[in-house]
Ligand binder design. Structure first.
Ligand code: 13P
Length: 339
C-alpha cells in the first residue's frame, strides 16, 4: 500500500506535469458560469467538465484532475465515467473531500475547514469510483491580528487527520493550507504567515503518522497581497517562496503543486517559472483552478460549436504551465505558440 501511494504521488507530477483543479463546488461553478451568462444546470456542468477532460493532448501537461462529488459520478457522452476517461489517458483521478470552510468558533474573521465526520466511509466509496488522490483545503486569512495560532493549529490538525484517513484508504492526500492572497499585506508578511502555517502543518502531519512520501503539498506562493501598493516582482516571489519552503517542507514530499489563488493566467505561469528556476529538492508544479480555466471557459461560452477551440485554449494553458514547472517558459514562448 505504501509503495502504491508513493508511486501515485510521483506519477501525478512526473515529467513536469501538474494538476487541473476542476473541483469547484456547485456554488462556485455557478459563479464562473454566471460570468459567461450560462445557467448552471447539471448537464451544463457535465458538458463543461467533459470539454476539459477530453481535450486532446491535455495529458501531456496534466497528471491529475481534482473532481467534485457530482463530477466523479458523471460520465462522458458515450457513457464512460469521467474517472475512467481520465485514467485511460494516464491522468490520475482525484476528488475534493472537505465540506468547506466555516467560521471558527471563538476566532472572529477566521475559518476552519470541516468534513472529517464520516470521511472514512466516503473515501472508501470514492476509491471504488476510481479516485486515487484527494484534496482538502484549509484557509488562512491575513488581517489585523490574524491569523491566530488557534486557527493555524486547528486547520493543521484537521489536514493531518484527513491525510491519515486518505492513506489508510489507499488515496494520496493533497494537503492544502492556503494563505489567502487577497489582503493588502506585503510579501514579507505573507512569508511570515506561510512559514508559521507550514511549520504547524508538517508538525501535525508527523504527529499523526502521515507518510510524507505518499502525500503532495498544495500551498500558496509567497506573494504580495492583491491590495498591497507595492507588488513584488517574480524574482522576489521566487526567492522568498523557495527560502520559506526550504526551511519548512521536508525533502521527502514528492511534489509541491502551487495553487493560483486568483492570479491572472500569465502571472501564475510566470511566477511558477521563476520559482522552478530557483528550484529545491522537491518537484515543483501547479494545481491550478482559475489560472487554467479562465480563457477556456470564456472561449467555450456555453456553445457546442466552440468546444474544439476552447479545448485548444485549455491545452495551451496547461502546456505553458508544464513548461513553467520545468523552468522553461518565457514570454516569447507564450507569444510564439499562442492559440
Ligand atoms: P485556484 O488555482 O483557482 O486558486 O484553485 C485551486 C484550488 O483548487 C483551490 O483550492
Amino acid at each position: 500500500m505504501a509503495h502504491e501511494l508513493h508511486d501515485t504521488a510521483q506519477a501525478i507530477v512526473a515529467d513536469h506535469r501538474g494538476i487541473l483543479a476542476a473541483d469547484e463546488s456547485t456554488g462556485t461553478i455557478k459563479k464562473r458560469f454566471d460570468a459567461i451568462g450560462l445557467e448552471s444546470t447539471e448537464e451544463n456542468r457535465r458538458q463543461y467538465r467533459q470539454l476539459l477532460f477530453t481535450a486532446p493532448e491535455m495529458e501531456e501537461s496534466i497528471g491529475g484532475v481534482i473532481m467534485y462529488d457530482e463530477t466523479i459520478r458523471q460520465a462522458a457522452d458515450d457513457g464512460t465515467p469521467f474517472a475512467d476517461v481520465l485514467a485511460s489517458k494516464g491522468v490520475v483521478p482525484g476528488i475534493k473531500v472537505d465540506t468547506g470552510a466555516q467560521d471558527q468558533a471563538g476566532f472572529p474573521g477566521e475559518k476552519i475547514t470541516e468534513g472529517l465526520d464520516g470521511l472514512r466511509g466516503r473515501l472508501e466509496e470514492y476509491r471504488k469510483l476510481g479516485a486515487r488522490f484527494a484534496k482538502w483545503r484549509a484557509v488562512i486569512t491575513i488581517g489585523e491580528g490574524i491569523p491566530s495560532v488557534g486557527c493555524i493549529r486547528a486547520n493543521a490538525h484537521a489536514l493531518a487527520r484527513y491525510a491519515a484517513l486518505c492513506q489508510e484508504a489507499g488515496i494520496v492526500p493533497i494537503v492544502e493550507p492556503e494563505v489567502l492572497m487577497d489582503a493588502d499585506n506585503t510579501i514579507e508578511r505573507c512569508f511570515d504567515v506561510t512559514s508559521r502555517t507550514l511549520k504547524w502543518t508538517f508538525h501535525e502531519l508527523l504527529v499523526q503518522r502521515v507518510d510524507l512520501r505518499g502525500a503532495l503539498l498544495k500551498p500558496n506562493m509567497v506573494i504580495s497581497g492583491k491590495g498591497c501598493p507595492e507588488q513584488a516582482p517574480a524574482s522576489r516571489i521566487a526567492e522568498l517562496t523557495v527560502e520559506c519552503f526550504l526551511t519548512h517542507v521536508p525533502a521527502a514530499i514528492p511534489g509541491i503543486v502551487f495553487l493560483s489563488g486568483g492570479q491572472s493566467e500569465v502571472e501564475a505561469t510566470e511566477n511558477l517559472n521563476a520559482i522552478s528556476q530557483v528550484g529545491g529538492p522537491w518537484p515543483l508544479s501547479f494545481s491550478y483552478g482559475r489560472a487554467l480555466q479562465q480563457s477556456a471557459l470564456a472561449a467555450w461560452n456555453g456553445e457546442a460549436a466552440n468546444v474544439e477551440s476552447a479545448q485548444a485554449v485549455f491545452a495551451h494553458r496547461a502546456r505553458m504551465n508544464a513548461l513553467a514547472a520545468a523552468g522553461e517558459w518565457s514570454a516569447e514562448v507564450e507569444e510564439q505558440v499562442a492559440v
